[in-house]
Every structure is written in C-alpha cells, then in structure tokens.
Design a protein around this ligand. Structure first.
Ligand code: IMP
Ligand code: MG
Length: 177
C-alpha cells in the first residue's frame, strides 16, 4: 500500500484488532458496571476505534468528541492544536478518553491538563496503540491495546498526511533498503 512517496506493509490485521477491541470493551464494561461513563473521543484518528469499541460497550454511556492535532508528516510537532474544544458538561463525570495512539504523550498530557480544569469525577485512558519507546510523559493508561515499536503506522483511523484512515488493517512504514 502506498501513500504519496511512502510504502506501507501489513502489521495488525482486522481480526486481531477486533479481538483486542472486544477485550478492551469487556474490561471497561466490568470496571464501570453501574456507572455512566462519558467516552471522550479524540478526533480524527480515534474515530474508527471508538466506533468499534462503543459497539461492544453495554453500559449506559455518552460519547463526546474533541479534535486535537499535533502531527505533521511523520513527527509530533510538540505543539497541540485544539480544533474542536471541550465542553463543560464533563464536570463530575467519569471520563474515558478514547485515543488511537500515544506516541510522545504530548497530546494526551495536554488534554489531561485541560480536563482537570473541568473537575471530572474520574479520568482514564483507552488507547488502541502505544509506542513505549517514544513516551516522554508520565501518563497512567488503564486500557492499552497494542504496544508497538517506534515505527510510523497508518490505517484503522490513523493517517499519513490525511490519507489511509479508511484501511481496515494497520500498516507499518516499510523500511527502505
Ligand atoms: P503524541 O502527542 O506524540 O503522543 O502523538 C499522538 C498523536 O499523533 C496521535 O493522536 C496520532 O494522531 C498521531 N500519531 C502518533 N504516532 C502516529 C503514527 O505512527 N501514525 C499516525 N499518527 C500518529
Ligand atoms: Mg490521534
């Protein structure tokens, strides 16, 4: 699969993703039994993960969206832009942040700070992917799908310069030889 000048190869297929998403949802269903969490989905990347995760959630729950951006090409800019903001109905709520991938942790730590100001009851993170070697922030993540190497990935919501989000499998950047 190719996007612009980059070649990508299959990495995590749709079946593996589905199994993992179901596992994560099961844990959340158990942990939040009797509560009504708000799933706070970080756009754009988490849209597909969030849609599949929510289908497996059997709690009475709400979904809310925030749009953040820190990536350009293949590297985090270190600057987090807020394109759609938070609303203050999150006060007193049990929030589960739904994210596609945590890389440096810059985006997440920015959001966690913002959320604190709204005084939610609790905040936990559900991220499908984590690049442990890249992480620069001390962030507690309760639900992590796959820990992956520090290589660029695309598909299942994740993009390279806007493309590849529609692929049902996650692809990894092919090493150039
Ligand atoms: P962080 O702020 O460095 O943790 O970056 C997090 C954001 O960067 C994620 O929400 C993604 O949108 C994007 N990102 C990080 N790694 C990748 C990747 O390998 N492929 C596509 N997007 C990525
Ligand atoms: Mg994202």
């Amino acid at each position: 699969m190719k996007i612009e000048d980059k070649e990508f190869e299959p990495f995590i297929d749709d079946k593996q993703i589905a199994v993992k998403v179901k596992e994560m949802a099961n844990l959340i269903n158990q942990d939040y039994a009797g509560r009504k969490p708000v799933f706070l989905v970080i756009l754009n990347g988490a849209f597909m993960f969030a849609a599949d995760l929510m289908k497996e959630i059997d709690l009475s729950s709400e979904v809310s969206f925030i749009k953040l951006s820190s990536y350009q090409d293949m590297a985090s800019t270190g600057q987090v832009q807020e394109l759609i903001g938070l609303n203050n109905t999150l006060a007193g709520q049990d929030i589960i942040i739904v994210e596609d991938i945590i890389d440096t942790g810059e985006t997440m730590s920015h959001l966690l700070k913002k959320l604190e100001e709204l005084v939610p009851r609790s905040v936990e993170i559900a991220t499908l992917l984590l690049k442990p070697e890249m992480l620069q922030k001390d962030i507690e993540m309760k639900y992590v799908g796959f820990k992956i190497p520090a290589k660029f990935v695309v598909g299942y919501g994740l993009d390279y310069n806007g493309f590849g989000r529609n692929w049902k499998e996650i692809h990894q950047l092919k090493e150039e030889h």
